[in-house]
Design a protein around this ligand. Structure first.
Ligand code: GLN
Ligand code: ZN
Length: 743
């Protein structure tokens, strides 16, 4: 009989209990013991859920107080020197110092860097290696959790990040691969301890096998696994890969001395057959058939057809699983009280995916006439880029810029902001009251208008050149549009961990998307009516809305992107018709959707760029299109950014020592359109000094020609207070004026 297991389960708790306990602990509101109890309770519930669903193992080691990669840094004693000074009283606080720079005990310190986990919206803490890095098995947390699960009567399958993936994720040395001989003894020791603890299987995650790996990294796999595979006598290793096809690494994965391999059949259905052929009689194949990153019920009958012959061939050597850890799915659909039944029926969160695995196992055991079938991914019907090209703006940037200069008469180094202004406690309260029905729609609207009027008044006093309405009506840049558009469903409890205690609740693209009515015109026009300065319209771009939602699985994501682009296109034309002549279309998530394999980049960028450009097709040359992206490593996507052909792009740059600007300057010739490199970091409460800003602007002006240079903060200001925003922007405006006089 086929077996079932998962690669990992969400650790936030069904009602985000972990988040609440973490935050309360950090604020000193609850003692550490209480936090520990909440964590133990979540683990107990998670294992119980897996066991009740009838899975053959419970997965252990997927729990983390903050992040699973940091768990490994802690386990292997990877701790930068700066954390040794002012160390905390206990290990958990020390761990939180590494995660977030502060903890109830110990000195504040700069935290580990955080970055995206492969192509997900989860962020991990980057291991910091030093040249003379030593590793030691410092912590027993994994062993302790295995004992904890065993003492509750479960067959525990611990999960660890494999040595090559762990090293790959780190920074601080030129070639982390050189640290491999140093770290392997830790794995050997860990595995022998787990074997002593009567563990049968260990899941070793090596998702980097789905990347375009340099040869030296590929070649290191065999060496590494020869050394660690037999450390635990009688214990077996399941090598887990996910997020991407394995391609050239598929034979490699199956040639390693491991007892099983897990592959992601959602991202690479075409590799299932080849994987079966590579699975010899000493090995297990774990097929990740349920999508661990989405919320839809699986087509179990389809999988029954596909898997039936494989199940007959492999028997209990076929394991069924979700494609990747369920960390990336919400917890339990049962907690969705307000979704209508017909919608709920189509969905499966983590808890339901466990049941689906059990159902599929049943289906495969029973007699059935199901014949074999093959899986196919959904493909694009016709290249979206080709379809849309004809509709793009016809004038080139230079021609548009000439008309725009005439129309707007802006000074050199025009000053602006990225869109949002502080979301005050009062504003949040009013929004809550409106949502709960305590205040009427017209009262709410009146309040938003007052906020907008206040934002305009302040910007006029500050002397900014291009104003914004301040986004008081939005709580979230995707949710707001999702709520206005047809085709999205908003869940009450579809939370997914983004990092640490932070969770996001992506909307679900449930069907075809359309725009029943204008979404932002009222707010922008009202703001414009209050001032003679131009007010910039503010939209979230199609690629970002798509990438921050749960996508459909029945059509290619580019098709949904196009539908969103169509809706935004209508909005852009309505804004233009209402007299809003500068329109910003934010695309901070453009980079997020970039496929892990380079060979797929071209296709992604082709449709992503095409959709963006489609949103502003047909607009007049004199209408100025802005875009915004808030990150600092543009090198990999520079070509795509140039192709977006926005008249102005505002970007983050203040935290990266302006180094990133080189991406804009190093191309053959410079970035051709206008740029607003963020001149100060909005993530910090510090108010930048005027002189500091003058210096920075002058440095920027050495790289970007002043005719094409804008002056702005590096992102929206909604998380700041008005006091900080007022002083910072005043210094920014004065700095721009000071530099102008010297030009
Ligand atoms: N316009 C948005 C804002 O200012 C942009 C946010 C973002 O880039 N993440 O809040
Ligand atoms: Zn931003």
């Amino acid at each position: 009989m086929v077996q079932t297991h998962i690669l990992g389960y969400p650790r936030i708790g069904a009602a985000r209990e972990l988040k609440k306990a973490q935050e309360a602990y950090w604020l000193g509101e609850i003692p550490q013991q209480q936090l520990l109890r909440v964590g133990a309770e979540i683990r107990r519930e998670n294992w119980q859920a897996q066991s009740e669903a009838g899975l053959n193992f419970v997965t252990v080691g997927d729990f983390a107080w903050y992040d699973q990669v940091l768990n490994h840094s802690q386990m292997f004693g990877v701790l930068g020197q700066r954390f040794v000074e002012g160390a905390a009283d206990n290990t958990l606080d020390q761990y939180f110092r590494q995660a977030r720079g502060r903890a109830p005990s110990g000195q504040p310190v700069a935290a580990n860097a955080m970055t995206k986990w492969f192509d997900t919206n989860y962020h991990y803490l980057v291991p910091e290696f030093s040249i003379d890095q030593e590793f030691s098995l410092d912590s027993t947390w994994l062993l302790d959790e295995v004992r904890e699960a065993q003492s509750q009567g479960y067959a525990a399958k611990p999960v660890v990040i494999g040595p090559l993936t762990y090293l790959w994720l780190g920074r601080g040395v030129d070639n982390a691969l050189e640290l491999l001989p140093e770290i392997l003894p830790c794995y050997t020791e860990l595995f022998s301890q787990l074997a002593e603890q009567n563990v049968d299987w260990v899941q070793v995650d090596e998702p980097i096998l789905g990347l375009d790996l340099p040869d030296e990294w590929r070649n290191a796999f065999d060496r590494a696994y020869q050394q660690i595979a037999h450390a635990g006598a009688g214990m077996k290793l399941l090598l887990a890969t996910y997020f991407s096809p394995l391609r050239e690494n598929l034979p490699l994965a199956f040639s390693l001395p491991v007892s099983g391999v897990h592959i992601d059949c959602v991202r690479a259905p075409e590799e299932l057959q080849a994987a079966v052929e590579l699975t010899d009689e000493n090995r297990v194949l774990s097929a990740g058939v349920l999508n661990g990153r989405n919320v839809w019920r699986a087509d179990l009958e389809k999988w029954q057809c596909i898997l039936k012959p494989l199940a007959e061939q492999l028997g209990e050597r076929l394991w069924l699983s979700a494609s990747c850890s369920l960390l990336h799915s919400p917890v339990d659909l049962e907690s969705e009280v307000s979704l209508p039944d017909d919608q709920k029926q189509k969905l499966a969160y983590s808890r339901q995916k466990l049941q689906e695995l059990a159902q599929l196992q049943q289906l495969l055991c029973g007699e059935s006439t199901a014949a074999g079938a093959s899986v196919e991914g959904i493909t694009q019907s016709r290249s979206i880029a080709e379809r849309l090209q004809d509709s793009w703006r016809t004038q080139r940037y230079q021609e548009r810029a000439a008309v725009q200069k005439k129309r707007w008469q802006l000074p050199l180094l025009p000053t602006t902001t990225i869109g949002s202004f502080p979301q005050t406690d009062l504003l949040r309260k009013v929004r809550r009251q409106f949502r709960s029905g305590e205040i009427s729609a017209s009262d709410y609207r009146g309040h938003l208008r007052a906020e907008i009027a206040e934002a305009i008044r302040r910007q006029e006093i500050l002397g900014l050149d291009v104003l914004v309405h301040g986004e008081a009506e939005r709580n979230d840049m995707v949710e707001y549009f999702g709520e206005q558009l047809e085709g999205f469903v908003h869940t009450g409890n579809g939370w997914v961990q983004s990092y640490g205690s932070r969770c996001v609740k992506p909307p679900i693209i449930f069907g075809d998307i359309s725009r029943p009515k204008a979404m932002t015109v009222e707010w922008s026009s009202y703001a414009q009516s209050l001032t003679s300065k131009p007010v910039k319209g503010m939209l979230t771009g199609p690629v970002t809305i798509l990438n921050w939602s749960f996508p459909r699985e029945d059509i290619h994501r580019s098709e949904s992107c196009l539908q969103i682009a169509q809706a935004l296109h209508e909005e852009v034309l309505d804004l233009e018709a209402a007299g809003i002549g500068i329109i910003q279309i934010d695309e901070p998530a453009l980079r997020e959707g970039v496929p892990l394999r380079e060979s797929e980049h071209e296709d992604y960028f082709a449709w992503a760029v095409a959709c963006f450009r489609y949103t502003c097709s047909e607009v007049k040359a004199e209408t100025q299109i802005h875009t915004h992206m808030c990150y600092s490593n543009f090198n990999a996507i520079m070509e795509a950014i140039v192709s977006l052909d926005a008249d102005v792009i505002t970007i983050e740059s203040s935290r990266s020592d302006l180094r990133l600007l080189s991406a804009f300057a190093d191309r053959n010739g410079d970035y051709p359109n206008e740029i607003g490199p963020g001149v100060y970091d909005i993530h910090s409460p510090n108010v930048p000094e005027r002189e500091e800003l003058v210096d920075r602007l002058k440095k920027i002006a050495e790289v970007v020609p002043v005719q094409r240079l804008w002056v702005n903060p590096d992102c929206g200001l909604k998380t700041r207070s008005w006091a900080e925003v007022g002083s910072s922007l005043l210094n920014m405006v004065e700095a721009a004026r000071a530099v102008r006089t010297e030009l």
